[in-house]
Design a protein around this ligand. Structure first.
Ligand code: IPD
Length: 279
């Protein structure tokens, strides 16, 4: 049965998400230039630090106290207890405490706190905060998206050959996955102005929302990397799809985001599709 949420409740969730982002940002900033304690998860390039864990714990405690009936999906909680990520109709806080952990470990400033809130399995609030650069990206469903209060809108470029794209290597070192990703990289690079990688899926989506770069493709991301960013891009006038061009499924571990459907339609035929499983 679908869940009804009133406007004032959504406003309250939004304000809480922004407050959490500021608190998380403070902890991330304090740790950013210090030595980090780094561990690995699924691969030698899948990194986690004590700051990722501390931020997630702090955020989860606040959410569970304030909204005891809400669900929580957090990157580091899933990594530790292998808890399933089944998305239900209940309000669900989908959190990446540090999106761009590799950047964080190497003191590259593009690290973000990402908080998406779903209701009836749809993202209704997205907050991405980049504390080192003090950039707060926000969106509420149907109400536009903003960077530090300034309204965002996507680029008007419609031709892939005039577009700057974003693609990431990701953390898998599986040879078949790497081969497909490198083939895709070559095809997209050949057809466009160039390729960039900001090192955080949430920031990648926010860049397109801001009119910087026209498209983004990634295989291997998780729901916590993209939940907030996809609403921010959508609300800036962009489109978010599966890598086949079909409707996006945020649990399916692959995404293409673009300033327009034209760009998605030109990107899709260049891609070797990868099945990355589900969150
Ligand atoms: C990673 C970042 C990176 C992307 C990886 C993600 P994390 O998230 O979003 O840009 O390429 O696929 O796993 O591990 O830093 O939260």
């Amino acid at each position: 049965m679908s869940v009804q949420i009133l406007d004032h409740q959504l406003e309250d969730y939004f304000n809480t998400a922004v407050e959490l982002a500021k608190k998380a940002g403070q902890t991330i900033k304090e740790a950013f230039y210090k030595e980090k304690n780094v561990d690995t998860k699924q691969s030698a390039a899948d990194l986690v630090t004590e700051t990722d864990q501390a931020v997630e714990k702090m955020v989860q405690e606040i959410i569970s106290q304030k909204y005891p009936t809400h669900k929580f999906i957090g990157e580091e909680t899933v990594a530790v207890d292998g808890s399933s990520c089944t998305l239900t109709d209940d309000p669900t806080w989908i959190i990446d405490p540090i999106d761009g952990t590799t950047n964080f470990v190497h003191s590259i400033p593009e690290v973000s706190f990402s908080c998406g809130i779903t209701v009836n399995k749809e993202v209704v609030i997205g907050v991405v905060y980049v504390p080192i650069l003090d950039q707060m990206y926000t969106a509420k469903k149907g109400q536009g998206s903003f960077l530090n209060g300034h309204k965002l809108s996507v680029s008007s470029v419609t031709e892939l050959k005039q577009a700057a794209l974003i693609m990431e290597g990701g953390s898998s070192r599986d040879p078949d996955i790497l081969k497909a990703k490198l083939d895709n990289l070559r095809n997209v690079l050949t057809a466009s102005h160039g390729i960039r990688a900001y090192g955080s899926a949430a920031i990648n989506l926010c860049k397109i929302a801001s009119g910087i770069c026209e498209g983004y493709v990634e295989y291997g991301i998780h729901c916590w990397d993209i939940a907030a960013g996809l609403l921010i891009l959508h609300e800036a006038g962009g489109v978010v799809k599966d890598t086949t061009g079909e409707e996006v499924d945020i649990m399916r571990r692959r995404i293409t985001g673009a300033c327009s459907v034209n760009i998605v339609n030109q990107l899709v035929p260049l891609l070797t599709q990868l099945d990355m499983g589900r969150d």
